[in-house]
Design a protein around this ligand. Structure first.
Ligand SMILES: *Cc1c(COP(=O)(O)O)cnc(C)c1O
Length: 427
């Protein structure tokens, strides 16, 4: 049976209690929105491999671009050298990120290999920005409860303080300032007065715009996001948007900041950047940030440089992925998925034990009142022929945008069927 391979014990898995969790299934092949397991079963993918595979798997256009790059030059160091895939990608990103075409364009692109590292770079960029301006004490960050920004040290320090990691690693990383996402005018006024009080020690505010993803798929309105951005600029505090989960159409606009019509000082992208083909991320700064690093001194240069940064193969995949966004079809697919999820997940609302059902772009969420029967839930979804991984108190769908109508119907039906059984399960 799949998963009983004795070599499996050598593989230490993510966030996994290795003593009790069921062994991993073995995946052997992908195609469109489907995954084939070693035992021959095909599953319809409801979560696009951690929200990356927005065009589905093995998209022929991305495969062809990577194949070409693989033959020509799969990798070259980025110190002192550059290459066409990075030149093209940097310029194209500058042309589509929030603010493009205005005088506050996000136009200075620093490539790296993973989202967490893109966040580390954003934090370092913000701290060094203030140091270069002579404001050395400004090295703390304001972050929001339920936030998730990654697993490396700096990124962890701006994740939700109560979700476990802060207690586990207490003493290991810097303490940041945490607030609830403000709502209403009183909440926003409190938020701004906190910024004003701590202004001299705060480097930046960091937020996942519109959707706090791994912290429980919690949504906030574009108006709140815009008001937070405006408070930062009034208080002269940098504003970092972590669009690693929301970027590339997931929330309905190409970037979530676009819906609020705001331009952050620094933006982080990753996950769907390469269309799910290979690891790539980037931190992009506005001219105001970039200019603060320019001087005659080496000491004001941005101090970061991953070995594989701007890997040509990954940049080629990302360029091909951007091609696939160009005709606008992807955003139409997201709009259509949003409409579909509203109807398809609605029956979950009336089930016992369900706290909330919410939809935003190509994200459909069913939130439970209590986390229970998680192992059973995961198992049942596989039996239903879908790949859906509940976490925390939620079951969610974030499929590839290209799912067919039959596939999305199967995903919706599976969630309703399984949650109906779950709601009747004692204990
Ligand atoms: C996934 C994610 C990260 C971390 O990205 P990795 O590639 O897993 O390091 C950071 N921020 C957000 C909002 C994410 O969703």
């Amino acid at each position: 049976m799949a998963g009983t391979d004795p070599r499996t014990r050598h593989l230490w898995r993510p966030y996994t209690q290795m003593q009790t969790e069921a062994p991993s299934l073995v995946a052997v092949e992908t195609e469109g929105a489907r995954i084939r397991l070693a035992d021959g079963r095909w599953l319809i993918d409801g979560i696009a491999s951690w929200w990356t595979a927005c065009h589905g798997y093995n998209h022929p256009h991305i495969v062809a671009a990577m194949r070409h790059q693989l033959n020509v030059m799969p990798h070259i160091m980025f110190g002192g050298l550059t290459h066409e895939p990075a030149l093209a990608l940097g310029a194209r990103l500058a042309g589509i990120l929030p603010g493009s075409g205005t005088d506050v364009t996000l136009e200075h692109v620093f490539f790296c290999d993973s989202g967490s590292v893109a966040v580390e770079i954003a934090l370092k960029m913000a701290v060094q920005y203030w140091r270069n301006k002579g404001e050395e004490e400004r090295c703390r960050f304001v972050a929001f409860r339920n936030a998730y920004h990654g697993d490396t040290m700096g990124a962890m320090s701006v994740c939700d303080p109560d979700d476990g990691m802060h207690t586990l690693f207490r003493g290991y990383f810097p303490e940041q300032i945490f607030v609830d996402l403000p709502h209403g005018s009183a909440g926003l006024a409190d938020f701004e007065s906190l910024l004003a009080r701590h202004r001299n020690e705060i480097a930046a505010v960091i937020i996942e715009p519109l959707v706090q993803a791994a912290g429980g798929m919690k949504f906030h309105d574009a108006e709140i996001l815009a008001a937070i951005g405006a408070a930062c600029s009034r208080q002269n505090i940098l504003f970092i948007a972590d669009e690693i989960a929301t970027g590339f159409g997931r929330t309905g606009t190409l970037f979530a900041c676009g819906e609020a019509d705001i331009v952050p000082d620094i933006i982080c992208i990753g996950k769907a950047l390469s269309g799910g083909a290979v690891s790539l991320a980037a931190t992009i700064a506005s001219r105001r940030i970039f200019d603060a690093f320019l001087s005659d001194e080496d000491s004001t240069a941005l101090m970061h440089g991953p070995t594989y940064m701007a890997n040509p193969l990954a940049c080629a995949a990302a360029n091909a992925s951007l091609d696939l966004f160009e005709d606008g079809e992807r955003l139409q697919q997201v709009a259509s998925l949003e409409e579909f999820f509203r109807d398809a997940l609605d029956p979950c609302r009336s089930l016992q034990g369900i706290a909330d059902v919410r939809v935003k772009g190509a994200i459909g969420v069913v939130q439970m009142e209590q986390t229970r029967h998680m192992g059973w839930l995961r198992q049942r979804f596989i039996e239903e022929g879908v790949w859906v991984r509940p976490f925390g108190d939620i079951v969610y769908l974030m499929p590839p945008f290209i799912v067919t109508n039959e596939q999305r119907a199967a995903l919706g039906d599976a969630v309703v069927t399984v949650m109906r059984e779950w709601s009747k399960k004692p204990g």
